[in-house]
Design a protein around this ligand. Structure first.
Ligand code: GLA
Ligand code: GLA
Length: 685
């Protein structure tokens, strides 16, 4: 056990004054509560009051600086970091460490005025203006030079500051730019990939609609309404450009920073603007911004969906991560910004920890005096006094302190994995074929019953190592190149249980149709294939081994071509094409199996199938007989096992534990726990 754990254990009982010196990397608690703090927006005379309130809420980390370029460099070449150093020092006095954001998501007015070429251009050729934020071109050389400069000066100043624990690059990478420089870079990227234009013409099949190119420069740059091969390569180019955008800043920070300072950026869950797996190769840890609900209303917290986004983020680096931002009950950008109910902010904080977060930071600490986000949820109001949600977050902070030692060095471990692929999501998005086919919803149709029954699921990239998994589900590997198929074939041959969803194996890496029918390079292993796909405009009956139910949205008719391949389900009478045709195929391969599910099945049927897959693979729940709506999360490691139970229901529930456990929140031993509405228990085995 590191010295840090002892300090944390002590911190729970001692007053802050007993700390001899300021917080730094080696004595920060293992599980951190934090907030986004914008000292540049406030007179310095108010900082101490803010930090005192943070300290009283057990906040131990603030993220600072990510939009403060105009304060750091008010005019070109005139730097002012003294205020930032004073803010960091004062935070340290309150036992609060700092993540520094590079301010490049918000270039100052002098910059965009003097270098208008750094402004982003949208797909229709319109150049952004100053104001708002994210108005820069991610590909522009001048912008990169300026971004490098500000990041390097920050790193020179704070790279060895003991109270700075890490760096956030920019903020929520999002929009690509279609400026002439970006276009030229895309052409160069294509040239490097394909070498000769004839090679590109072949893979893109450009004889179609006379698209044949004589030269790379002729290739248009679009995000939709184009050849699917072009669209897929554009997404990959965008990914590589965000990678080099990151590397530009990393090369400015790394040489001046202590190795203990991590470098990350804050991502956005299902956002698919680029490939997060590729980006995270150059980052030290993953971090994300967890906001609830659709864009419609802010209080539709679907805890399984939210848990899936945590699992997704954990999968970027296959290790614990940070929640860099989350909401203090509500945001300002939904159609209806309804709040989470009282108690759900704490529920969400513990869910994050349960899924492998080591930090939960709220956006934002204090209401802005002016600006686009005046209505957003905060911990502290404009007058500097706590908002009603402050007390709930303070309780979370107290609980993090109590449980930190037990959670330190632990993380979730799973026997079931869901494969998520950006190439495949993009390929489906370019040509959904039915508006109802949302690739994320489809992935969740497979994920949800797995999560409910196994109580632990990893979401990983297609090239992640699979040996540790007893069940691997690939809900929609639409783009399935041979090498990826080989990886899956090896998994099954080693005794793994592989489940494939609809649309699998249709495309090669160029988004061209695979020469075999679906599932392309897995046809031989399955001993069967898809004879035809159909978009559905209503429910279709299916029945077989798992009982009877329905398919909706999508249905493929299958054909078994190997005598070893079994038909597990068939469609009932519907449009004639589907009637009596196989819907699910399965083949045993040694000790392993490959199952192809050709339809989007109803939740009950999915649940029954999931139970079969898990039973066959010998994967049981962490805690059996848990009431619906109570989530079980287990973190293990460092010789410790911690259980986090969360009652997402509005009624009290009782959970019988697998044995006597230490109740870390209430003290004492427990063999069962009573959870009130939105109640949480943290237990140690
Ligand atoms: C039109 C066009 C064809 C083809 C079909 C597809 O008829 O002329 O080239 O695109 O639509 O339905
Ligand atoms: C995003 C941004 C923050 C803030 C919040 C508001 O996560 O990163 O700067 O705008 O949204 O919800």
């Amino acid at each position: 056990m590191r010295f840090a754990s002892l300090v944390v254990a002590a911190a729970a009982v001692l007053s802050p004054l007993t700390f001899a010196q300021a917080t730094n990397y080696s004595d920060k608690p293992p599980i951190l509560l934090g907030a986004a703090w914008y000292p540049e927006q406030w007179p310095e005379s108010q900082w101490d009051a803010d930090l005192s309130l943070m300290e009283a809420a057990h906040i131990h980390v603030v993220r600072v600086g990510e939009f403060a370029w105009s304060t750091m460099e008010p005019t070109e070449g005139q730097y002012n970091f003294d205020w930032l150093e004073r803010a960091i020092d004062l935070a340290a006095k309150h036992h609060i460490c700092v993540v520094l954001g590079t301010p490049t998501a918000a270039p100052p007015a002098w910059l965009t005025e003097k270098y208008p070429e750094t402004l982003r251009v949208d797909e229709n050729g319109r150049r952004d203006e100053h104001g708002n934020r994210q108005q820069f071109s991610f590909a522009d050389e001048k912008y990169r030079e300026l971004a490098h400069d500000i990041a390097e000066r920050m790193a020179e100043r704070f790279g060895h500051n003991p109270n700075v624990v890490g760096w956030q690059l920019d903020n929520e990478y999002a929009n690509p730019s279609f400026d002439p420089e970006a276009k030229a870079q895309f052409h160069a990227w294509l040239k490097k990939k394909y070498g000769a234009i004839a090679n590109l013409n072949y893979h893109w099949a450009t004889a179609y609609w006379s698209q044949t190119y004589n030269d790379f420069d002729q290739i248009p740059v679009r995000e939709d309404e184009e050849n699917p091969a072009l669209l897929l390569d554009w997404k990959r180019f965008v990914t590589d450009t965000w990678v080099s955008y990151s590397e530009n800043q990393i090369s400015a920070i790394r040489p001046h920073a202590d190795p203990r300072q991590f470098i990350t950026t804050n991502t956005m869950g299902w956002f698919d603007g680029f490939d997060e797996y590729t980006l995270h190769k150059v980052l030290d840890i993953a971090a994300w911004d967890d906001y609830v609900g659709s864009f419609n209303s802010g209080n539709d917290y679907d805890y399984i969906e939210n848990g899936a986004r945590h699992d997704l983020t954990r999968g970027y680096k296959r290790k614990n991560f940070w929640v860099m931002e989350t909401e203090p009950a509500f945001v300002n950008w939904h159609r209806i910004n309804a709040p989470l109910n009282k108690g759900q902010v704490r529920d969400m904080a513990w869910q994050a920890i349960g899924h492998g977060a080591d930090t939960v930071e709220y956006w934002q600490w204090r209401a802005n005096r002016n600006g686009q986000e005046q209505y957003h949820g905060v911990l502290v109001g404009i007058d500097g006094r706590p908002a009603p949600v402050y007390a709930e977050i303070q309780q979370v902070g107290e609980e993090f302190n109590k449980t930190g030692a037990a959670l330190e060095g632990t993380s979730p471990h799973s026997y079931a994995a869901v494969i998520q692929s950006y190439d495949s999501r993009w390929a489906i998005e370019f040509q959904r074929h039915t508006v109802r086919y949302d690739p994320v919803t489809e992935l969740l149709a497979f994920y949800k019953p797995l999560r409910e029954q196994a109580q632990a699921v990893d979401i990983v990239s297609p090239d992640a190592p699979l040996d540790g998994y007893k069940v691997v589900v690939a809900p929609e590997l639409n783009v399935l190149p041979q090498a990826m198929a080989d990886h899956l074939i090896a998994y099954v041959k080693q005794g793994g249980h592989l489940v494939l969803g609809p649309r699998t194996g249709m495309k090669d890496e160029y988004n061209a149709l695979n020469p075999q029918r679906q599932p392309g390079p897995l046809v031989n292993l399955l001993g069967g294939s898809v004879t035809q796909f159909y978009a559905l405009d209503g429910k279709v009956p299916v029945s077989g081994a798992e009982g009877a139910g329905t398919a909706d949205i999508w249905a493929e008719t299958l054909e078994a071509t190997n005598p070893e391949t079994k038909v597990l389900m068939r469609y009932g009478a519907s449009n004639g094409w589907l009637d009596g045709q196989p819907a699910v195929l399965e083949r045993a391969v040694g000790k392993g199996t490959i199952t192809y599910v050709g339809a989007w099945l109803d939740p009950e049927l999915m649940s029954k199938f999931t139970a079969t897959w898990l039973k066959r693979a010998g994967v049981g729940p962490v805690v059996a007989n848990v009431p619906d709506g109570v989530e079980v999360c287990e973190r293990t490691g460092d010789g410790k096992t911690a259980l986090i139970l969360i009652n997402h229901n509005t009624t009290p529930e009782t959970v019988k534990l697998p044995g006597e456990m230490k109740d870390l929140l209430n003290g004492g031993q427990a063999s069962s726990v009573n959870l009130e509405k939105y109640g949480v228990a943290v237990l140690e085995r």
